[in-house]
Design a protein around this ligand. Structure first.
Ligand SMILES: C[S@@+](CC[C@H](N)C(=O)[O-])C[C@H]1O[C@@H](n2cnc3c(N)ncnc32)[C@H](O)[C@@H]1O
Length: 264
């Protein structure tokens, strides 16, 4: 990841840190269903009592689920502000062994093959896919697994969007990239990580939820203008989001890969 992108992710999540959990809570039923689906998949595929790492852990929404099933949970994020919220959450959670590390997940201060299970939920869009896949293969032991949750774009998308820089007016400027399922599968396969499961979780966002979400940290007028832009979006944007008058649906996927061999 180049410095500009890391800095933009850090800045975005220092702005969002305090409001992040409330934002998710206010997103209503669709967000609750998505969280429950991801959590159920984690519980289904994760090995019990290993060393687990949460990559881009944020405020630690998955810390309790992961920590209770691990010998040790390592939570990594590039934003100190998000990690501050995570540490408060862990302190009030049932006791489990854990450590918190502020680092870039594309370049982590951990030795090779040290982890038995990893999760990376809603982070991949900020990362260089190949660099991240390489780093995952490096830190994961042979036979271990990684579960990744992310919005994907359609297979037939215009290639300009697949790796495009995305700047959102309503959340400030930041860079976010959308990939196809195939892009993600290829990048992990190249590093000796084989896809063992994939679940589809359509994630419906209503414009009205978005407006109440974002009103804490952006001008309401900007957000209304952004929603209007979605409504009258170009074909390119429509390839990313299925849009109607009330909102749009993101194509969320939860992939699990198993590390079978040494990285190339
Ligand atoms: C949408 S939040 C997801 C947080 C958490 N996984 C969850 O599902 O609630 C994305 C997180 O990724 C972190 N992040 C983005 N780029 C990163 C990087 N290169 N290294 C580490 N963390 C990163 C952000 O700071 C933020 O906390």
């Amino acid at each position: 990841m180049d410095f500009r992108e890391l800095a933009s992710a850090r800045a975005l999540y220092s702005r969002r840190a305090v409001g992040y959990d409330g934002e998710n809570a206010r997103r209503g039923e669709a967000a609750r269903v998505l969280f429950a689906e991801i959590a159920a998949e984690i519980v289904r595929v994760m090995p019990v009592a290993g060393d687990t790492i949460d990559l881009g852990a944020g405020t630690g929404r998955f810390a309790e689920i992961l920590g209770q099933r691990s010998a040790m949970l390592t939570s990594v994020d590039c934003s100190k502000d998000m990690l501050r919220v995570l540490m408060r959450r862990i302190q009030s959670a049932p006791v489990f062994a854990s450590r918190v590390v502020c680092a870039d997940v594309e370049n982590m201060p951990f030795s090779d093959e040290g982890f038995d299970y990893a999760v990376c939920i809603s982070v991949l869009q900020y990362l260089d896919l190949r660099a991240f896949a390489y780093e995952c293969a490096r830190i994961l032991a042979v036979g271990s697994r990684i579960t990744i949750g992310v919005v994907v774009v359609h297979q037939d998308d215009d290639s300009r969007w697949r790796d495009a820089e995305f700047q959102s007016d309503c959340e400030g400027r930041y860079y976010s990239r959308f990939r196809t399922e195939q892009d993600i599968d290829n990048a992990f396969h190249e590093q000796g990580l084989e896809l063992i499961s994939k679940i589809e979780c359509p994630y419906r966002r209503n414009f009205s939820d978005l407006v109440s979400d974002k009103v804490r940290f952006t001008a309401r007028e900007d957000l209304l203008a952004a929603c209007e832009k979605y409504r009258s979006a170009s074909d390119e944007v429509r390839q990313i989001y299925e849009i109607d008058d009330l909102g749009f649906t993101q194509h969320y996927r939860v992939f699990t890969f198993e590390r079978t061999s040494n990285p190339s």
